[in-house]
Write a protein that binds this ligand. Structure first.
Ligand code: CP3
Length: 338
């Protein structure tokens, strides 16, 4: 069995499997070159040959234990019919969906047809991937997708989405339920196309207080896990409720995720405690990967020493940033393989 899949099933690996969130992207010269040929980011995502090549680039260069499909969490709102553009230096821009009366704009029946090129990329990556490497599919979790859909893009304070969620939770739950169904369909299609594990990115889970965290993060995740377990009992789901803090253990216990991705703010003592619940993945600060040198080596060794006795996957606490020197990634791989 592939090392990543074995670790996700709870089998401790002598050498922990290693992959990195956002392992494909602008820090790699070969990515920047293909990105220029494609013209824009969404063309990369929706052209199966391009998406396949970009997915494989970091696996080839560094010999990582997994490929993560090259795509974006925002293809789901796009596939549901929302406009989406990525503007240089500005991030994603969507035509915002601000109230219950606008839910009719969403077209769930067309999602899988519109995203067919994504599933074709999954099939091609699976065909071309080195035998030892596993293929990870992914999706954004409903709450995080809702933040981009309601705010119309990235946000600092999340005022509009919180305004709707707090003022009118009944209709906001309808939005979350639509996104829950879409996420189940999107992950299911990736698994059918060959994904061997999936990760659910709830990048903005940490901005919610306890009660809405339970309603809009834990509950939809529990439903997604249950639906996928019923259809694909062998395929593990990694939950990533970034910033969940003291609510991490409840998230794991209540949702039933196979494994949990930890951000860099989770103390290693808490990570060790969670290893009794499920395999853990993480949690080097991505800025240490920019810095490299002794500081990176020491932090990586500390994480390994704390977590390698249990089921563990080495990763960052969040995605690689564009300023990261590829040589530092190569050094990290060498250190983890030890
Ligand atoms: O990890 C991988 O290598 C797979 C690819 C991947 C991308 N986005 C490619 C991407 C994955 C897993 C994502 C997930 C994603 N996308 C998340 C969740 C993870 C996280 O970082 O919290 C979120 C919130 C998004 C939404 C998104 N996509 C934003 C806010 C941006 C703009 C910010 C930026 O970095 O420019 C993107 C664009 C994006 N997604 C890029 C890449 C490589 C950069 C696009 C480019 O080439 O210009």
């Amino acid at each position: 069995m592939k090392s990543l899949v074995a670790a996700l099933r709870g089998e401790r690996q002598a050498v922990p499997p290693l992959w990195l969130m956002r392992q494909a992207g602008r820090y790699l010269p070969e990515y920047r070159k293909l990105r220029e040929t494609a013209g824009d980011f969404l063309t990369l995502c929706y052209t199966p040959d391009f998406a396949t090549e970009v997915t494989l680039q970091p696996v080839r260069r560094f010999g990582l234990d997994a490929a993560i499909l090259f795509s974006d969490i925002l293809v789901v709102p796009h596939g549901l019919g929302m406009s989406l553009a990525f503007r240089e230096g500005e991030g994603p821009v969507l035509e915002p969906l601000r109230s219950a009366s606008e839910l009719a704009r969403l077209e769930p029946a067309r999602l899988l047809d519109r995203l067919a090129p994504v599933y074709e990329a999954v099939r091609r990556v699976k065909r071309d991937l080195p035998a030892e490497a596993a293929l990870i599919g992914f999706a954004g979790a409903p709450w995080t997708l809702a933040t981009y859909m309601v705010e119309g893009g990235s946000s600092r304070e999340f005022r509009r989405v919180k305004d709707w969620a707090y003022r009118e939770p009944g209709s906001f739950v309808t939005l979350i339920e639509r996104l829950t169904e879409a996420t189940i369909a999107h992950l299911g299609a990736q698994i059918e196309a060959g994904a061997e594990a999936v990760q659910l990115f709830d990048s903005w889970a940490g901005v919610l207080p306890e009660a809405p965290f339970r309603a809009f993060v834990i509950e939809p995740t529990r439903r997604i896990v249950a639906a996928l377990k019923a259809r694909f009992p062998e395929v593990p789901l990694i939950g990533f409720p970034r910033g969940a803090g003291l609510l991490y253990p409840d998230y794991v216990a209540t949702t039933g995720v196979a494994a949990v991705a930890l951000d860099q703010h989770v103390p290693l003592s808490a990570a060790q405690a969670m290893q009794r619940q499920c395999p853990v993945q993480g949690n080097l600060d991505p800025l240490l990967l920019v810095l490299g040198g002794a500081a990176m080596d020491e932090a990586a060794r500390t994480i390994l020493a704390a977590l390698r006795q249990g089921p563990f996957i080495f990763n960052l606490g969040h995605g690689i940033v564009p300023e990261t020197p590829p040589a530092h990634v190569a050094r990290l791989v060498e250190l983890v393989r030890g």
